[in-house]
Design a protein around this ligand. Structure first.
Ligand code: AGP
Length: 616
């Protein structure tokens, strides 16, 4: 999704903005631009491709040659094209016809065609194919008609349909930026400095300068000046907002000595899970205490999990954890499906969102739908202060730290840990007959960081597998029971960063069709850890081998039977069944990473993808 940066204060605006855009590169983009107010004029530079091309452009043609201004103000943008091709003239910021206003935008103006027609009928000439440009012209005309900057922005936003986040500036008020948020479009964070203010679509864009952040909610507008911020609702009434202090430091959003953010985040998982557990489990007694989620007086009759992508795979694992430990019925939906299937939600039921970014439009909409239908709303979320966290009545933070790589890794394993904690907490609060001991289940978590650390040890087999299979164009991933979702997740990791077609399947389904795919050219990853369906997986491996498939097994350390049957084995420590998915996914993350690197892919910014999908 698009990245937005704004700045007003004594620093040189262009460098603050370009630095912020570099911090947001991981969000995925195809062009970028920056605009600053200089000597009463708005100067703009834009470029397609990587941010480095914009940096070169700005060095060749500085925006404010002599820093004439004591106060500097500007906005910047990385674009992920929705309306209009990847061209310089479609890149943001967009100006009004007279160049009196500049706009950067995230989201989709759903009624832009009719607005554009109306503007063209008034003689407005468009210079781009974007929906964004209508905002610039509407705003400039409103100011030209005599409305003050603030009122003109409110008036303009009221004409837009769809989810949109904008930051605008005007030559008529050279000390002010105005940011607005409509619907679930990508967030707007306002960073509070000393005598300076920052605006970003995502916290890592401004962490270098401040950790005190205000987040705009749907319909709110922030009037941002160097020394103050006022937040208004859509009717122009003042809104009280309190600042969040973000616990992440800039370094944690750095790559450090790692080659890719994804690599760093894979190897951070033992530390991340330790943070996830901290203060939530009393390991002697096994008592679990969730810090920001109060359990209801009676157990939920049902939990509806809604999420997208990797987070949806976490939800599928969570179903096993919650049903086995807490004996609570669970349904899992892709959020994009849930929001349109008219879900039946009864009394005393919970909708549980799972989202790393807390800004995924489909997940937010599904949570909204659940709330509208009377469900209690909980969320497992990583981004502090995100829309999802503020929408829910209770949340469990993943505490994974900033996850920059587009392919989600530590957020996945920390969300599984949170789901396990929730299952234990519910089972302890509402004991069920014939359920496993929820205190013993919680005590087992004490070994989890150690088990994960073992899986992060150097292992030459990954390079060997990458060398052997990097030219393959198809992979199959098979799993059963609680590790079936890990087959889906392993396949998603591979396809999204290496562009190899990979399919995850419940192993039991193979004989109903997909086994026709098996031959000597088809590598098959089989998750066959020692769990209640181990014997089934063993026979599955035999079926694949009988058809000359190559088997890469994920197996429990010491399992000699698997070692005899599989072509390659990725070992994981022995652990309680419901904890095994947190372990079995890690070798699959590393396998995907090594294959993608061997294929020369852009691991942290895979083509066509964005870190946070804030549009439908
Ligand atoms: C995972 O590797 C992908 N980047 C993607 O599927 C992601 O999990 C999905 O878009 C959901 O994101 P969220 O957790 O921030 O809501």
């Amino acid at each position: 999704m698009c990245g937005i940066i704004g700045y007003v204060g004594p620093r040189e605006a262009t460098s603050v903005i370009l630095n912020g855009l570099q911090r947001l590169e991981y969000r995925g983009y195809d062009s970028a631009g920056v605009a600053v107010l200089c000597g009463g004029r708005i100067e703009v530079r834009r470029a397609t491709g990587k941010l480095s091309r914009l940096l070169e452009r700005v060095q060749l043609e500085p925006l404010c040659p002599a820093r004439a201004e004591a106060l500097n103000i500007g906005i910047g943008h990385t674009r992920w094209a929705t309306h209009g091709g990847v061209t310089e003239y479609n890149a943001h910021p967009h100006l009004g016809m007279k160049g009196h206003v500049a706009v950067v935008h995230n989201g989709i103006v759903e009624n832009y065609a009719e607005l554009k027609q109306g503007l063209q009928a008034e003689g407005v000439r468009f210079t781009s194919e974007t929906d964004t440009e209508v905002i610039a012209h509407l705003l400039e005309l409103a100011i030209a008609a005599g409305e003050c900057f603030e009122d003109a922005v409110l008036h303009t936003l009221r004409q837009l349909r769809g989810s949109n986040a904008v930051v605008v500036m005007s030559v008529t008020q050279p000390d002010t930026l105005i940011a607005g948020r409509l619907g679930n479009a990508g967030g707007i964070a306002v960073g509070l400095g000393e005598g300076e203010m920052f605006i970003a679509s995502d916290v890592p864009g401004i962490l270098d300068y401040t950790r005190r952040i205000l987040f705009l909610d749907d319909g709110e507008v922030a009037i941002v000046q160097a020394g103050q911020v006022r937040v208004l609702d859509r009717n122009g009434r003042l809104v009280g907002k309190s600042a969040h202090v973000i616990p992440w430091d800039p370094v944690s959003a750095e790559r450090g000595e790692y080659r890719h953010f994804m690599q760093k985040e894979i190897f951070e998982q033992a530390r991340a899970i330790t943070d996830t557990l901290r203060g939530r489990v009393h390991f002697e007694s096994g008592v679990v205490k969730l810090d920001a989620l109060t359990l209801p007086p009676r157990p939920p009759r049902k939990i509806h999990i809604v999420a997208c992508g990797t987070s949806a795979h976490a939800g599928l694992v969570g179903k096993f954890m919650l049903e086995r430990l807490a004996r609570i019925p669970v349904e899992v939906d892709y959020a994009s499906e849930f929001r349109y299937r008219e879900p039946l939600i009864g009394d005393e039921e919970v909708v549980l969102g799972i989202t790393q970014s807390g800004e995924t439009a489909d997940t937010l909409a599904a949570m909204d739908e659940g709330k509208r239908r009377g469900a209690r709303l909980w969320v497992i979320v990583n981004a502090i202060g995100s829309q999802a966290e503020r929408l829910a009545e209770g949340h469990i933070a993943m505490r994974a730290g900033p996850e920059i790589g587009v392919a989600s890794t530590k957020a996945f394993t920390t969300s599984l840990t949170d789901l396990y904690l929730l299952a234990c907490a519910l089972a302890q609060a509402f004991p069920q007959p014939n359920a496993p001991d929820p205190f013993a289940a919680a005590r087992a978590l004490a070994q989890l960081p150690g088990w994960v650390s073992q899986l992060l040890a150097p292992n030459p087999l990954f390079d060997e597998l990458a060398e052997r299979f990097h030219a393959h164009e198809h992979f199959l991933y098979l799993g059963r029971g609680v590790n079936y979702p890990i087959a889906l997740e392993g396949a998603l990791k591979l396809k999204e960063i290496s562009y190899i077609h990979a399919e995850g399947y419940p192993a039991g389904e193979m004989k109903h069709g997909p086994i026709a795919l098996i031959d000597e050219r088809m590598p098959v990853v089989c998750i066959a850890v020692r769990d209640s369906v181990y014997d089934k997986m063993l026979s599955q491996i035999e079926q694949v081998k009988a058809r000359h498939g190559t088997v890469i097994a994920v197996a429990t350390e010491g399992d000699v039977e698997i070692a005899c049957k599989a072509d390659y084995v990725l070992w994981v420590p022995e652990a309680p069944e419901l904890i095994t998915p947190i372990l079995s996914v890690i070798p699959l993350q590393r396998l995907a990473y090594h294959l993608a690197v061997r294929r020369g892919c852009d691991v942290d910014q895979p083509r066509n993808l964005a870190k946070s999908v804030t549009v439908e």
